[in-house]
Write a protein that binds this ligand. Structure first.
Ligand SMILES: [Zn+2]
Length: 158
């Protein structure tokens, strides 16, 4: 393995420190793995958080492309790539999600029942000219508003 220049993810000062546990768990499903609610939970509950190493674009392997999180750190203008090690990596996309991603935290946007799958929108970004077509995927969320092709992974500007 090549030497890498990874930087541990610093907790942005505006966020509370990470918790040890969240009211969610990972289970195998027919389409891989997924994140589920431990109990009936109200909207606003923080159900998981992305933790891991921040890496450069070229350090993301084929395998990790499924899990990598493209995010804009608070107060920064350069998008980063996070290789998640927390259960958040298994939270799937839905075009009709019950959660959203805010400051690396997965937060419920509506109440969920115990054992309901927790999903968020992977592509909330606005249109720019540097999406990476290599990371697109076909959505199978089954929502009547399904977008079909999900294409909101950013590529560094040349
Ligand atoms: Zn969909």
């Amino acid at each position: 393995m090549a030497a890498t220049a990874t930087t541990p993810l610093a907790t942005p000062p505006s966020l509370p420190p990470p918790r040890k546990t969240y009211p969610s768990h990972v289970r195998a499903v027919s389409y891989g793995k997924a994140l589920f609610a431990d109990a009936d939970l109200p909207a606003g509950t923080v159900v998981e958080r992305f933790e891991g190493e921040v890496v450069e674009y070229d350090q993301v392997s084929e395998k990790d492309k499924t899990y990598v999180l493209n995010f804009l750190p608070p107060g920064e203008t350069e998008w980063k790539w996070l290789l998640p090690t927390s259960d958040a990596r298994f939270a799937n996309h839905s075009c009709d999600p019950n959660a959203k991603l805010t400051n690396l935290q997965i937060i419920l946007t509506r109440p969920v029942k115990k054992d309901e799958e927790i999903t968020f929108l992977y592509n909330p970004g606005d249109d720019t000219d540097y999406w990476d077509p290599a990371w697109n995927f076909k959505c199978c969320c089954g929502s009547t508003d399904c977008q079909g092709d999900i294409d909101r992974y950013r590529k560094p500007k040349a």
